[in-house]
Design a protein around this ligand. Structure first.
Ligand code: DP6
Length: 346
């Protein structure tokens, strides 16, 4: 008997950054992110338990991708206690990203959350569980995704998620993310994220190496304290309609801190490119001149995420085309926005 399922799961962009971890992907500080919509992974998982030839085959866009197998194998072996049928199963994974390979967009959040969804879905089939997908089901998905890649645990919920214990949300904890959409002011529920592709090169440094660097930094404890304070202030501003000043100042400070931390180790690295800095300066100039409340954030890479209310979509698009696309690799950008979370395909 072969069980098959297919899920689409989105990427997410952190407003308060997860940077520093311990144990099995547990965060040193709480983080909060917008769930995206256009950037996502679609994954199909086929599982044949008790197979004659157990093993894992990973494909990308229908083509064998053996280079993905070690990471997936390590993850699946950590799941064997949870899903006993994994032990002697033949497993086929085929995934596809909506965003172009080499766009410098991290795919681990969308891919690992898609894999967590597929595993839980197959588990329902194998164990003939026909119960509704309740809160606990989604918590399990988020926890499994976290073990695959920390930030993936936040991709599971619509619009916005909080991961890591913080007084801001009573149920928040380090094991899995929680949804927070119900607290959000309307302006943020369809917030836009234009992703400017400054460089399409592969990541120079893995996130795991970046998290490790935090263990050696004398500023680490100060950073974690700051993140705890920032999430409290940011979540207050996320509950207020059209009062974006505090939101902008915290989001941009978090992005710059992330990169400042990477630059301040004994083996420092700089992931911004000249184009990244030019865009940041242009954001500051344009915001002052136009009064449009657009701000930027960064991942662990050179690309810039522009965040703005959907009412400003038209002038922002003109501005991107006229002033910012020259800083983008082949003029490329992706117009993404806050989205409604994962979706089952079959
Ligand atoms: C800068 O989730 O990619 O994007 O847990 O080692 O897989 P691992 O790291 P990962 O780290 C993401 C770091 C970040 C900030 C964030 O998304 O919060």
């Amino acid at each position: 008997m072969t069980y098959t399922t297919s899920w689409r799961s989105p990427s997410n962009i952190a407003l308060i950054k997860y940077w520093g971890k311990h144990s099995l992907q547990l965060p040193r500080n709480p983080s909060v992110s917008f769930t995206l919509s256009v950037c996502h992974t679609t994954m199909t998982l086929s599982v044949t338990p008790n197979a004659d030839q157990p093993g894992v085959q990973v494909k990308y866009d229908g083509q064998p991708k053996p280079s993905f197998e070690p990471k997936i194998n390590t993850f699946l072996s950590m799941m064997k206690d949870r899903f006993l049928w994994l032990a002697d199963a033949a497993i086929e994974i085929d995934s596809h990203n909506s965003f172009p390979h080499g766009a410098g967009i991290a795919s681990s959040a969308s891919a690992m959350s898609a894999l967590a969804l597929c595993l839980m879905d197959v588990n329902d089939q194998v164990t003939a569980n026909i119960a509704d997908h309740d809160e606990l089901w989604w918590q399990n998905i988020s926890e499994i995704a976290r073990i695959g890649s920390g930030s993936a645990c936040r991709s599971v919920f619509p619009v916005i998620s909080i991961w890591g214990e913080t007084p801001v949300a009573k149920e928040s904890n380090d094991l899995f993310a929680i949804p927070w959409e119900h607290q959000l002011a309307p302006v943020f529920k369809d917030y836009c994220d234009a992703i400017l592709i400054v460089s399409s090169e592969e990541k120079a440094v893995s996130s795991s190496a970046g998290h490790k660097l935090m263990d050696t930094l004398p500023y680490a404890e100060t950073r974690y304290r700051e993140a705890f304070q920032n999430i409290e202030s940011l979540c207050k501003s996320l509950q207020v309609e059209n009062e974006l000043g505090q939101f902008i100042s915290i989001v941009e400070s978090e992005a710059l801190q992330l990169h400042a931390l990477m630059m301040s180790g004994k083996d420092p690295y700089i992931l911004m490119e000249p184009g990244t800095l030019s865009i940041i300066k242009e954001v500051w100039r344009f915001r002052k001149a136009s009064g449009i409340p657009v701000c930027f954030t960064l991942d662990a890479g050179p690309n810039v995420h522009l965040l703005y209310p959907s009412t400003y979509a038209a002038p922002i698009l003109d501005w991107i085309n006229n002033n910012l696309s020259p800083y983008c690799a082949e003029g490329r950008y992706i117009l993404d926005r806050v989205g409604s979370g994962p979706e089952k395909i079959i």
